[in-house]
Design a protein around this ligand. Structure first.
Ligand code: KDG
Ligand code: MG
Length: 403
């Protein structure tokens, strides 16, 4: 089955998405997600200039060989742009393979290990009271796992706690990134207070999560992890930038609060030490950034040996196509942990008709063949690309901060 053409579709139905559509000489096509939030057009150029021309005429059935050809063959390995391009192609090729087999993707991966996959959604508030109210509402809507964030009193809202930075609300569409203000000193004592109030309000029969967006040092994380132990979090996410994987040893020596890392990782090498030394509990790689279904399968199988579970990244900027690939992997994967699902705008659902569905606090794959997600190109044409950035963070004295 030969690849005859590959299209790259860029559209913004509330968020910018880069979608790869691979056509074959047998009439089957597949679609993949290649979005990198805030750097979308770099992936488009990489695909158009360096990937598409070398794939025309190749056998679409040889997924592994094409993955290796794009990874090893480029000489310049890894990195978010290269790996998003590989991911887009890989997800589309798995879609084609499952369609050719006339099966849903989870079936060709090995069949279902579960019927539905647990998700978590986000609640943010400007105050602890607002966050508590939001968590109660999610709980009442049937959610069994909820991520809770709160603004730092006296500082402007930070990412995930106020409406200002959401592209769907217009916040991210501007010439320059929003500059947020960060204070570790004010943040550290605040978070245990939030979770104490949350446990008082919603009890213990719900999973509570928290995301630190890479802003702490290992010893600060150790302190926070200890202070949060009484509230039994499902996890503390991205406490420290993970470039220095061994720095997580220090965190592990001090706290039993579970740790989740990896939404910015692209390959198994980014998490090899974190996993093999059992320094984390959940690995957050996602199909669109870590090499597609092929990349995820390799990382998650490796993680299984070390009791590390999956937790695919799934914010609004991971498109419904990658979400479809993730949910099929989640359904098959023996060491599945949880799936992030932030939801999408109505226009996004319309642009990507999908067989996966939300049922309360869970996602189900549906039984459509392939990964079950398509793209309506007429709808896409109505939502042109708009340059948009994630915010950046600075300390109160102006120093650039990680996030
Ligand atoms: O594009 C990156 C954001 O979506 C990311 O920062 C959100 O941290 C995030 C998360 O856990 O979803
Ligand atoms: Mg995160």
């Amino acid at each position: 089955m030969k690849i005859t053409a590959i299209k790259v579709i860029v559209a913004s139905p509330g968020r910018n998405f880069v979608t790869v559509k691979i056509m074959t000489d047998q009439g089957l096509y597949g679609i993949g997600d290649a979005t990198v939030n805030g750097r979308e057009m770099a992936v488009v150029a990489y695909l158009q200039e360096h990937v598409i021309p070398i794939l025309i005429g190749k056998d679409a059935a040889r997924i592994e060989d094409i993955w290796q050809y794009l990874y090893k063959g480029a000489y310049w390995r890894r990195g978010p742009i290269t790996m998003a391009a590989i991911s887009g192609v890989d997800i589309a090729l798995w879609d084609i393979k499952a369609k050719a087999a006339n099966m849903p993707l989870y079936q060709i991966l090995g069949g279902a290990s579960r019927d539905k996959v647990m998700i978590y959604q986000h609640v943010g508030g400007l105050t602890i009271e607002q966050t508590v109210e939001g968590v109660i509402a999610k709980r009442e809507a049937g959610h069994v796992a909820i991520r809770a964030q709160v603004s730092i009193p006296g500082l402007p809202p930070i990412y995930g706690t106020g409406p200002s930075t959401d592209q769907a609300a217009g916040g991210m569409v501007q010439a320059l990134p929003v500059e947020e203000v960060w204070s570790t000193h004010k943040y550290l004592p605040l978070v245990p207070k939030l979770f104490q109030k949350l446990r008082d309000a919603v009890g213990w029969d719900v999973h509570l999560l928290h995301d630190t967006h890479h802003r702490l040092t290992p010893i600060e994380t150790a302190r926070l992890g200890k202070d949060l132990e009484p509230y039994r979090l499902f996890w503390l996410e991205d406490p420290v930038p993970a470039e220095l994987q061994e720095s997580f040893r220090l965190i592990r020596q001090h706290t039993t609060t579970p740790i989740a890392v990896g939404e910015v990782f692209n390959t198994i090498w980014d998490c090899q030490q974190l996993i093999s030394e059992q320094l984390i509990d959940y690995i957050r790689v996602t199909s669109v950034h870590a090499g597609g279904v092929t990349g995820l399968r390799r990382i998650f199988d490796f993680a299984a040996i070390y009791h590390v579970r999956s937790a695919c990244h799934g914010p609004m900027d991971v498109s419904p196509v990658a979400m479809g690939a993730n949910v099929h992997v989640d359904r098959w994967l023996p060491n599945f942990g949880i799936q992030e699902y932030s939801g999408y705008t109505e226009a996004t659902h319309e642009m990507f008709p999908h067989s996966w569905q939300q049922e309360g606090g869970f996602l189900v794959t549906g039984e459509a063949i392939g990964h079950g997600v398509d793209i309506d190109e007429k709808v896409a044409a109505r939502h042109p690309y708009k340059a948009a950035y994630l915010p950046v963070a600075r300390a109160e004295d102006g120093t650039m901060w990680s996030w």
